[in-house]
Design a protein around this ligand. Structure first.
Ligand SMILES: Nc1ncnc2c1ncn2[C@@H]1O[C@H](COP(=O)(O)OP(=O)(O)OP(=O)(O)O)[C@@H](O)[C@H]1O
Length: 125
């Protein structure tokens, strides 16, 4: 059964509560999200080590949170697909591949950003 319609304030507070439940679930149970959080921790250490600028911090952090957000949506798509059609189906496979492809776009962008930030710090050219 759907929840009862709430007042504006009560509705916003309830939405925040549900969003935090989802956030906690993603961050503690989904391996793809956990591995990206570890990646965020590693690049944050690199950021402190190489003393990157405020602009570089903002772009690096935004890029990682973009990947995390899209990965979260990808997880939701996978769960919907498994719920509505738990058996093997070509169309379900295609839907899951497309959702994973969306994560790949963001991940590629993040890889390019990290290369632009950190490659010059290594003085190898
Ligand atoms: N029910 C299905 N029918 C057809 N193909 C499927 C089905 N489930 C998964 N696949 C194929 O297997 C791939 C991986 O699916 P899965 O649900 O395991 O995602 P995953 O990215 O490995 O999961 P996670 O995000 O948990 O690591 C899909 O992209 C799809 O190609």
């Amino acid at each position: 059964m759907l929840p009862q319609k709430k007042s504006f304030i009560a509705g916003r507070i309830a939405s925040l509560k549900y969003a935090f439940v989802g956030f906690k679930k993603l961050a503690t149970t989904e391996h793809s999200i956990i591995s990206q959080l570890i990646g965020l921790f590693i690049v944050s250490c690199a950021g402190f080590y190489f003393k990157i600028s405020a602009t570089e911090w903002m772009i690096q952090t935004l890029a990682f949170f973009l990947v995390l957000s899209i990965e979260g949506l990808n997880t939701a798509v996978e769960k919907i697909a498994d719920f509505i059609h738990p058996e093997f189906h070509k169309k379900i496979g295609e839907i899951k591949d497309i959702a994973a492809g969306a994560v790949t776009f963001a991940a590629l962008g993040t890889l390019i950003i990290l290369t632009i930030i950190y490659l010059p710090k290594f003085n190898i050219f």
